[in-house]
Design a protein around this ligand. Sequence first.
Ligand code: 4GW
Ligand code: MN
Length: 344
Amino acid sequence: MHGTWKKMLPPRSYVIWTLVVFIVFLAGLCIQNTDRVFQAKQEQPIVFPDRLVEKSIELEHCERKLLLNTVKKRTMALNVLSTWLAPIIWDGTYDINVLNNQHNETRIGLFVFAVKKYIRFLLPFLESAERYFMVGHKVTYYVFTDKVNDVVKPKMAEGRILQLHDVAADQRWQDVSMRRMETLTVFTKERMPKEIDYLVCADVDMVFNDHVGVEILGDLVATIHPALFLFEPEGFTYERRPISAAYVPHGQGDFYYMAALYGGKVDEIYKLSMACHKGIEEDKKKDIEALWQEESHLNRYLVYNKPTKILSPEYIWDTDLPNGEFIKRKRFLAVRKNHQEVRN
Ligand code: 4GW
Ligand code: MN
């Protein structure tokens, strides 16, 4: 019987060919199957409701990276993150729909002084705020003026409140400006904690010109000065006399911030205003005044208490400034004023 069964088998080449055909058939099945798997995956409705927003944010980050390589000056302020991981808010770096949902119930205060001749700036300020500032959110305006009865109220949307508060009219404009810190120490301690979650402090000689929304809210928020955003720290206009409480030594400080817009949680602004007010009082006792009054004290505070969020110069702009090509949206604009005319 030996060798007989071998004869009954098909020739070896035939076996090999059958195997090859079978393997090819299996492979084909597999490919078809994976195809089906992928198809099935694609058919699943993967919902990316804000796909476009995501993509445009991604693109914005890429463009910003490219831009950084082309600038010959200090680019720190053009980044979207500080060295201590505080976001720097530029157009296209946030999804406003997500943030608006997060801040559904948030109550926001806007603190502003309009004393003496600066009352003329109040109505345009408030009207533009109605148009662009925290639209759709709960807003309380805290207006401080020496002429409560002269205030013309703007037409206001639902959920928005105007509070008028009487404040002394200091003779020197420097004192008017600095009194804001003292007033903040009182209101952020007593009244505001019951009424609001975040406070935004602003100059009144400004108008909102584009969206300023909840993307600016954070524990402690400051705005990069639009005239100095490409400067080296040596060029920052900090108070450099060690005798002043606003003193910032050379080699320290990250950005020079402008006092025309800053904010934060109410308790953070309490701490900030206490420190600045104390510094102003200490200087007064020594018969000195910091170079840029409360702005100098604010800057000193922020060197040692880093802001948790930083606003790019989109959030304070002046049409006369150079380097405007970096500023896609001019959201909060300085009003051109005749300095002679508004002098008290
Ligand atoms: C010069 O004569 C003056 S008056 C400089 C400031 C003055 C002033 C300022 C005033 O008479 N009444 C007043 O309410 N303020 C408040 O301080 C107002 O909120 C103003 O926006 C803020 C800071 O003053 P400013 O806007 O004139 O400061 P800069 O020139 O830095 O924007
Ligand atoms: Mn101003």
